[in-house]
Design a protein around this ligand. Structure first.
Ligand SMILES: [Mn+2]
Length: 280
């Protein structure tokens, strides 16, 4: 089964379909999708994509982690977020089965770990902590997921309403889904790094972790291919392109370089500007 990792789709169904058609032509049914999160928002087709991806997930053909835009959708659903002029997930909020979408989304994982070739790895939306081992990643993700996916929805609402300083799980949730940089004093930030060495993965890489990380959320950086790291957000919704990574699992370390296993679909058009979403 060929794993196919896909960067931030953000409602760009046409480009997603282009990559999917290529996957079907090449592998038939013998592939599995791994989505780094931010399937929805800013682009035109959030609900349609969510429907299709849910079907893939439920047939066991897709792994999907929560991104910050899925969290924004949950916050909007629970009245914790004011409408934002660039939000384009009204189609989900207005869907008659919307409560069911909320229940499904809040049970998605924050990190999915596995092995490729002989190399352990994890997939997250934005980042992992600089010092975290793979066990730490999994433990912290499970703690957040237990709260966000709790039987009692009030616990999930409480988590998204919580201050990052007051609740370590709220801080971990935000780090998993929003982190891009680390400041000198060791704090993480969702801001783009002001210097390349402030990018979260530069400091993570210096620690020599044995596991690898596949992630998204970093459109300004673009495609990131480094030993043990694959950053796949190439800003499709910002009129960039949608990237898929097809690791060669027959290699001892599919995260080594060089690596030519990338497919890209060019954005078909501009989807929004400062004024808001641009309808087709
Ligand atoms: Mn993101």
């Amino acid at each position: 089964m060929q794993p196919i990792f896909v960067g931030d789709v953000q409602g760009c169904a046409a480009e997603f379909d282009e990559l999917l058609a290529r996957a079907k032509a090449r592998y038939g049914r013998d592939f599995e999708l791994w989505l780094v999160g931010d399937l929805v928002n800013r682009g035109p087709d959030s609900l349609e994509l969510l429907r299709r991806v849910r079907d893939w997930v439920e047939r066991g053909r897709c792994r999907y982690v929560l991104g910050n835009h899925e969290i924004s959708l949950l916050r909007a659903a629970w009245g914790l977020r004011q409408p934002h002029p660039l939000d384009t997930f009204d189609d989900i909020l207005d869907d008659p089965t919307f409560p069911d979408w909320v229940e499904w989304l809040r049970r998605l994982p924050l990190a999915v770990s596995g092995e490729l070739g002989g190399r352990p790895f994890t997939m997250v939306h934005a980042a992992v902590g600089e010092k975290w081992s793979l066990d730490d990643v999994n433990e912290r993700a499970r703690a957040v997921e237990a709260c966000l996916g709790a039987e009692d929805a009030e616990r999930a609402v409480g988590l998204l309403a919580a201050n990052r300083d007051a609740d370590p799980r709220a801080d971990d949730l935000a780090l998993f889904t929003r982190c891009r940089s680390l400041t000198r004093d060791g704090q993480w930030s969702s801001r783009d790094p002001s210097r390349p060495e402030e990018a979260w993965h530069r400091r993570w890489a210096k620690r020599g972790h044995e596991y690898a990380v596949v992630y998204g959320h970093f459109a300004i950086q673009g495609l990131h291919v480094a030993p043990g790291l694959r950053g796949l957000d190439t800003g499709c919704v910002h009129q960039g392109r949608l990237t898929a990574w097809l690791p060669d699992a027959t290699r001892a370390d599919p995260f080594a370089l060089p690596d030519a296993g990338f497919w890209q679909a060019e954005a078909q058009r501009r989807y929004y500007d400062e004024g808001g979403p641009i309808r087709a």
